[in-house]
Design a protein around this ligand. Structure first.
Ligand code: PNS
Length: 166
């Protein structure tokens, strides 16, 4: 059985992440979506909240194929522990490349049996990121094109500060 991991902060999950998860589920027998800790980010949602948002946002992906977990440790170790042979990540623009390349090479060094597979993002998600979504929500903007409807309220309730003059 070919097992892949889709890792990320998912703070919160966006349409871009969902597209990559759905495509990974077509390529592998089992996909573990791992909500992880990125030490260089300060998340707006707790690990448990991010898992809950992802669970509700992925109900249309074949349940038997998909597993959503939280893990606070090294991705290379977790992959070994779960017998995963691939990490699947989305690649948006050239600006992602250097960072992703560095992580892929480091993970390969830590776990030589692990491959990193990059899927090119869909054109409509090229510019999309969790931080962009959070910024729009903070200023009471419309996030409906960027995150699934079932989690709109959670994001707005957490982040919307109200806009002066509105
Ligand atoms: O969505 P992000 O923040 O770009 O995802 C980055 C993430 C969480 C996948 C990365 O920071 C990670 O793998 N964290 C776990 C710790 C780890 O293994 N670090 C070394 C990677 S080179």
């Amino acid at each position: 059985m070919k097992i892949a991991i889709c890792p990320g902060s998912f703070d919160p999950v966006t349409m871009g992440h969902l597209d990559i998860i759905q495509r990974a589920a077509k390529m592998f027998d089992h996909v573990i979506v791992a909500v992880m800790v990125n030490p260089s980010k300060r998340p707006s949602f707790t690990l448990e909240e991010r898992i809950d948002l992802l669970t509700r946002a992925t109900t249309d992906v074949e349940a038997a194929k998909l597993e959503i977990v939280g893990f606070d440790g090294l991705l290379a170790d977790y992959a070994k522990q779960r017998h995963a042979t691939a990490i699947v990540k989305g690649l948006r623009a050239v600006s992602d490349f250097e960072y992703e390349f560095q992580m892929a090479l480091t993970n390969k060094k830590l776990n030589p049996d692990l491959e990193t597979v990059f899927l090119t993002t869909r054109a409509e998600n090229m510019y999309l990121s969790s931080s962009i979504v959070k910024q729009i929500a903070q200023f009471d903007g419309d996030i409906s094109n960027f995150v699934p409807e079932c989690i709109h309220d959670d994001i707005r309730e957490r982040l919307c500060k109200g806009v002066k003059g509105k």
